[in-house]
Ligand binder design. Structure first.
Ligand SMILES: CC(C)(COP(=O)(O)OP(=O)(O)OC[C@H]1O[C@@H](n2cnc3c(N)ncnc32)[C@H](O)[C@@H]1OP(=O)(O)O)[C@@H](O)C(=O)NCCC(=O)NCCS
Length: 235
């Protein structure tokens, strides 16, 4: 565990030189609290019910889950919420304390948590991915025909990177709507347009209360290491 933690921390520091927590926070309105850190965690700071959720998991998963809990408590404290357990529902949706909404993401040594008051926001969407180009073999799974057509003429590297951004935005928007709709659907269920740090993800299917045509608007950032997308669904 110690070796893995040190390795993750070193990786995270090297990568975070590029994407800073401040930049990630700028994806959200100011009343959303955003914290970012390395996927390292003191497992003995977890609540028993949290530890129970990952006791059979591999070490990488335990570290990601644990880091998210530590960061979530830090973020919630800034909203004045006392420390408490944050466990996941059976469908993996994290249960944030009453009166709050939140989102969690972790990838390649980076963990980000965003929380806000439920009186102001219905949901938070958040996703981070490594910036490496998406494997072309996955294009047809992730991209709709019109999204594929839009990047057809790009150089392979740029095409793969844009496809990774679309993947990240779809996961972000999916994670915002899921706790409300509880509907599973695939990547053709949304259509994404993204430009100059802003995106719109449009529903192509019905996932009540979000109907076909519903637009989720958010922001993204992309650098050499990470792509991060965030949205706060206002009331
Ligand atoms: C749900 C999903 C997006 C999460 O992706 P992931 O690669 O595990 O993502 P991340 O590491 O970024 O985020 C994981 C965190 O998201 C949260 N999460 C997991 N499933 C979630 C869901 N269905 N809704 C909201 N949040 C969810 C959890 O807090 C989890 O962290 P934790 O287990 O430590 O608590 C992914 O597993 C999935 O099912 N994708 C397919 C569905 C999809 O994206 N369709 C696209 C529609 S256009």
């Amino acid at each position: 565990m110690v070796v893995a933690e040190a390795r993750e921390r070193a990786r995270f520091r090297a990568r975070l030189a590029a994407v800073t927590p401040h930049e990630i926070a700028s994806l959200f309105p100011e009343d959303v609290v955003v914290v970012a850190g390395a996927t390292t965690a003191e497992m003995d700071t977890l609540y028993p019910e949290e530890r129970a959720q990952v006791e059979r998991a591999v070490e990488k998963r335990r570290l990601e889950y644990g880091a998210a809990r530590t960061l979530a408590r830090e973020a919630l404290a800034r909203l004045g919420i006392p420390p408490m357990a944050i466990v996941n529902d059976l469908d993996r949706v994290p249960r944030f304390p009453e009166g709050t909404v939140g989102g969690i993401t972790h990838t390649r040594g980076l963990c980000v948590v965003a929380v806000a008051r439920a009186s102001a926001y219905r949901a938070i969407g958040l996703d981070a991915e490594g910036a490496s180009p998406l494997d072309e073999k996955l294009f047809e799974t992730i991209l709709r025909p019109e999204e594929l057509a839009a990047i057809r003429d790009l150089e392979p590297e740029a095409r793969g990177r844009f496809a990774k951004l679309v993947f990240c935005i779809k996961e972000c928007a999916y994670k915002a709507q899921f706790p409300i709709s509880r509907k599973y659907f695939g990547f053709s269920g949304m259509r994404v347009s993204a430009e100059e740090g802003r995106f719109v993800a449009t529903m192509e299917i019905d996932a009540p209360p979000f109907l076909r045509g519903h637009c989720f608007e958010g922001r993204y950032l992309a650098d050499a290491e990470y792509v991060v997308a965030g949205l706060a669904l206002a009331r």
